[in-house]
Each structure stands twice: as C-alpha cells, then as structure tokens.
Design a protein around this ligand. Sequence first.
Ligand code: PFF
Length: 462
Amino acid sequence: MDGNSESRHGMWSSRWMFVLAAAGSAVGLGNLWRFPYITGENGGGAFVLIYLACIALVGIPIMMAEVLIGRQGRQSPVNSMLTLTQQHHRDSSWVLVGWMGVLAGFLILSFYAVIAGWALKYIFSLASGAFAGASGEHATKAFEEFLASPWEMIFWHSLFMVFVIFIIARGVASGLETAVRWFMPLLFVLLAVLVGYGVTSGGFAQGVDFMFAFEWSKVTDTALYEALGHAFFTLSLGMGAIMAYGAYVPSAVSITGTVVTIAVLDTLVALAAGLAIFPVVFANGLEPAQGPGLMFVTIPLAFGHLPLGALFGTLFFILVSFAAITSAISLTEPALAYLVEQHNVKRSRAAIGIGLACWLLGIGTVLSFNEWSDVHLLGEKNFFDVLDYFTQNILLPLGGLFIALFAAWALPKAVTKHQLGLKTAWQENGWLLLAGVVAPLGVLTVFLVTLIGIDNIRNWLS
Ligand code: PFF
C-alpha cells in the first residue's frame, strides 16, 4: 500500500462525497444540543472566537493527521497503523491507537443510538400535535414518562439501529455514499428553513444576543477547556472514524483544503443550530436549558406555542435524526472494515454482528434512565455516565493525541510531504508545529484538566 492504490472496501466517488461523509460524521447531536448552549453560557461571541481558534489550531491538524494516515494505509485504522508501523519499522504499540478507536466507536454508538432513538420518537410526538399549547409541566412530564419506560425506549433505539445496520451493510458506495448524498443536503435545507422560522418567531434578536454578544467577563479558563474538548468531539476526532473514511479518499484530492471545508461546514451548522433554537425558546419567554432538557423539553414546548409549530417542530426532529444517523454510521466503520479485512466475512454479516452487539450494550444505557438509574458504578456515575465519561474524556483525547504524534513524528517526512502536498519549508514546519506540538499540547492539557478536575488544579496553584 503506497497511498496511491485503492481501498478494497470501495472509494468515495468524488472529493465532495468525502466532504459530505466526513461532515455527516462531524455534524451530530454535539452541534445541535451542546454547542449552542455552551456558547451562550460561556460568553457568546467571545467564546465563538476561542472555539474557532481551537478548531484551527487543534481540530484541523488532527483531522489532517487522521485523513493522511487513512489514505496512506488504505485499510481499517487498526490495519493501516499496522502496515505503516511495519513498513517504516516503528514500534508496533502504535497499533493500540487503532484498537482504542474500535473500542471507542463501539461504546459511543451504544449510547448515541439510544439518544438518537429519542429524536425519532419526537418526530412522531411533534407531528401528532402532542405539544400544541402544552404547559411546561406537561412537556417535562412527557419526557420523564418516556424515560421511565424501558420498553418504549428500546423500541425507538432498535429502530434507529436497524436504519444504521441497513445503511452500513450496503457498503461504501451504495450504503454510506447514498445516505450522505441524500441526508446531508436535506439537513442543510431543513436547517436553513428552521433558521428562517427563527427569524420570524419574535425571539431572533434575543437569540442572536445570547449566542453572539461579546461577554468577556463570562470567559473563564473553563471556557477554554470546554471549547477545546468540544472542538474535538464535534469533528469526530480521536477514534479513527475520520481515519477510516480517509482510506476511501482518492489520491488526487487535496487533504488540507478538504479538511478545512469540513471544519467550516461543521462550524456553520453549529452556529446555525443556535440561530434556529434560541429564537423559538426566547419567543416563548423560556430559559435555555442544557443537553437533553433543551432538546426534549424546552424545544418541543417552544414549538408547541408557535404558529405552524407542529410542522416546524417535526422538521426539527427530522433534522436531528438525520444528523445522528450520518454520525452513527461513521462510528461503526473502523470495526466493520477491520472485521471484513481480518476475517474475510461479508460486510453485511459484519454489519449485523456489530449492530447487534452495540444494540445489546445500548440496553444498559436504556436502563440507566430508569431501572438502573441509581446503580452507581463509579462514584455517582451510573452505567451510561461511565460510558460517556470514559469515551469522551479518556479514549478520544488519548486517541487524538497519539494520532497527531504519529503523523507528525513517527511517519517519515517524505510520506507526510507527499500526502499533504507540502512544498516549502514554511509549510513543512507549520505542519510540524501544529500537528506535532500545538495540537498534542492542547489535547494533553484538556485531558489532564478534565481528569484531575479544574478545582483541584486551582487549589494547587493558589
Ligand atoms: N461529531 C459527532 C457530534 O458532534 O455529535 C459525534 C461523533 C461522531 C464523535 C462520530 C465521534 C465519531 F466518531
């Protein structure tokens, strides 16, 4: 494999298909329910600037590293890392990075699918007019009752997994590419329609103010860690999803330009999501909540009180479901490609096997919201909290750190120069500085701060 050949799994038919697939992976629940909220809470426009710096200095270099390793190895992350370490006589422990990615993807999908199932259910709830004129109590109770019934949650979770398995089983060209070719443009259109609706809802000025007003006083050191951590999660970095997709990128495509396009798209969607969500929330005089509360209580409630709210609320949850599906399919690719390569199983079989195993593990997350909600496995954390914490705070940052270090320092310079089309010494040094120093230091800082706890660090320093 010299980076010029093709992958046995298939190839993206064009540069744009890769852009759509990677943007599909990047744009997900993180953009829709986390970014708008943390922006509002951490200083609006000031936070957006910090976030953009994190995307540019940490996110883009690590994404370039993932794509270049994938394209050079042309296999699943595990086997790409294996081939590259063997070819260039590097320590074989680098392959662990690939394995961590397989594990992270598997664990993340197990709970991501449960939450995506909630979005599927809410498409139908909104469409049926269940929230028309509803009170805050009603909306809260509806969500609590849903969370309290494991069977209902399992139903929607299973439906989501069936969609995912159906798409991934069909392969890169007819499965993944067809899905993103339809879902991504529709997602952009839906988002534009919902921003338009936000503009007319009566709360637009307040929404813009919440998202963009510069409030430097709200920017604390936590804002920086939040921005960096989120930049990382939102671009799907650190677990090999983008590396796996990178293996299917045609050789002639420019990695740098393409990665910048993907990061810009992801950021635009996150900003637009805020402009779609907060105006309707403020138009109703509601307070923006966080995470699930924002998405499954405040938003349905807000739409329930606006003209044509059932229609636009339904469109909103279709948007969330599309975003979740295109992210979910990327979570399976590292494991799926590996099974096909290593055990020569048919892709459809591997897809069903992985899907079923993930589904089974997902039951643990379902139960964490009801039967097992008080079963604490680690401190106060229940089953779902542990998975969430372990993947986002440990596996992903460590994966990203080692991927950047591998691409910058372990791969021969000739390989990176060729893959990235670096021509001048400036470009080469710029790449080494970002991917080899700035990005790893950034990720390491966030990793340690989250692990040790910001309060403990402040105590030591004072
Ligand atoms: N980027 C997705 C989001 O913002 O919701 C989450 C994600 C998807 C993370 C795929 C990692 C991944 F491989």
